[in-house]
Design a binder for this molecule. Sequence first.
Ligand SMILES: [Zn+2]
Length: 201
Amino acid sequence: MPDTNPDQSQFQPDSKLIEWMRDIRRTIHQYPELANEENRTQKFICEKLQELGIPFRTEGLHTGIVATIGPSTSNDSDETPCVALRADMDALPVNEKTGLSFASKFPGVMHACGHDGHMAMLLGAASMLRHTELPGKVVLLFQPAEESGEGAEDGPAFHYAFLLPAARVPRPARTVTPPAISGATPRSPWSEMVTTPSQSG
Ligand SMILES: [Zn+2]
């Protein structure tokens, strides 16, 4: 069986790429936007994806973006192996007092949760992966409104986020009626279907 693992050495970022990512992170840091208001951020990310020659779409995704490296399909019966890499986009209602040269230019709003870094890292990964021969495709998810918990709600972004074509995604109720036992904790229907590695704050 052929070895489909890409050469690891091609995943070492060079200093030029690191500088490119740092500039991206600092630019995004200066213009933070709250949940569902990531219009400027969306535009900036789209420009960077264009620069990389990576196709993307924003239709139906509000301020989000989904980009694809490798064979792109929009077919529900597509069986191409697929991995998703995700970055969140929104900032927090926090007043920045760091005094940094690239501090927030928007009073009362700050990338205090690291989403600026997440987006820069995802673009860095995209830059390296675009020239890699892959056994499948990589979907890049730029997800808005992580802080408000709305960015992966129903809609195409939601379905992409779980890497399942819309037709195959069961649609559980958002809440489960708790059993009539005092002190019982209601369970999320998703808890049985997906594993959340960790909660980003
Ligand atoms: Zn966060």
